[in-house]
Design a protein around this ligand. Sequence first.
Ligand code: MLT
Ligand code: ZN
Length: 481
Amino acid sequence: MSGHSVTANASAMTETVIAALVDAIGSGSVLTDPADRARYESDWRNRYSGTASCVVLPRSTAEVAKVMSICYEARVAVVPQGGRTGLVGGAIPQIPSVVISLERMTQIRAFDPLGMTLAVDAGLTLGAARAYAGEHDLALPILIGAEGSAQIGGIIATNAGGSNVLRYGMTRQRVIGLEVVLADGRIWNGMRSVAKDNTGYGLQHLFIGSEGTLGIVTGAVLQLSPAPRGVVTALCPVPSIDAALSVLLKLRAAMPEALVAFEFMSAATVALIASQRPDLAAALAISGESGACLLVECEDFTGTDATQDRMHDALGNALETGEISDALLAQSVAQRDAIWAFREAISFAQNGVGYSVKNDVSVPIGRIPDLLAQGSAAIMAICPDAVPICYGHLGDGNIHFNVSPAVPEASAALQGCEPQINAALADLSEELGGSFSAEHGVGQSKRDSLSRLRSGPELEMMRQIKAALDPLGLMNTGKLL
Ligand code: MLT
Ligand code: ZN
């Protein structure tokens, strides 16, 4: 039995449901032992934890449907789960629930080289899907650090963003067909492999970004794109955020179709990574005093040096005008990997210096300087022992406005200030015309902001949709709304 306290009735019901689930999909696919359930009950940061009455590991859409109809009949809450790499606690039960992990559903269902589409099971990892596309000279351009664990179903349910949204858009833009098991166990087969399907409501878009609150994504048709022949990557110290935006304009003018990533790391972020990963910093000749940096990447489809030359010229020009103070243009795959490793090391570097507060906000890009200045001032006023760690996808207006303690001993003070910091940053980003959650979603951690900042018709429509598709309120209960 699960470790939480349940009433005798609830406990008896759980036993009955577990028996029905075992009957439907086999005992090997239903985990009840606390030790087996443990890894499904918390996220990778151990920030969120909850109780799984049991964990089911279906092998097919039909099995997911059986599980869902059993839970629906018994009025038992379910939590769909992918790779648990989310940052807002969306995949971890808030109330004791049946956790449905899709990790055993990893098949490639169909590949169409002509239409450049890939139909997959939802449990396939993003990394595996990207590798498959790559083997066929195509690309699935969704670039997130967690691709080795994140699953297709999870990135669809959360509409994951990443580092090349600037060029390719969010996950939503990659999904052309979807298969979903509904709250009552019915299967919606919307696995169409066509770019054009103008037949009324775009139902798939309801489920993309719904965070498992409306149904379970079990399969998807993904639109691939031509693979670039090469990439050109640079790391550039930059004296100010205004200079960084000038560099963006310059690069976009020089190569409008080629710029795919334009990432920013504040001076404090660079110093933090350099302190936690001196190996990477040394390899890139970066130090704690290097100041803010840009990571810039362009894709080349010509197979010539043309893109590299254009980037070289544009960055050379930015150097002359003082908009950047240096430029390391990667000369090898290893150097490019080191640049990205430096960028992707931020979350882990934060874990190394104590408690970390995560915020993920967007504003119209011209308001980024205001966001950084006003947000940092607000944080320092709330918690003087804190250090804003600002970085992220500057090219699309999305900053991860994280916060670390100035010294590890200030962790408790920072944790105490977290609700105030989150509220201040959420208010500010909305005031500046943006969003309090740009790409990480709402889950458990940003629910208050949603109900506080998105009032009236927007919330009502969301509640009506929720009530229509999940009338019993069993799907990922307590998340989002
Ligand atoms: C990133 O861009 O690195 C992630 O979205 C944010 C994070 O891991 O904190
Ligand atoms: Zn991000």
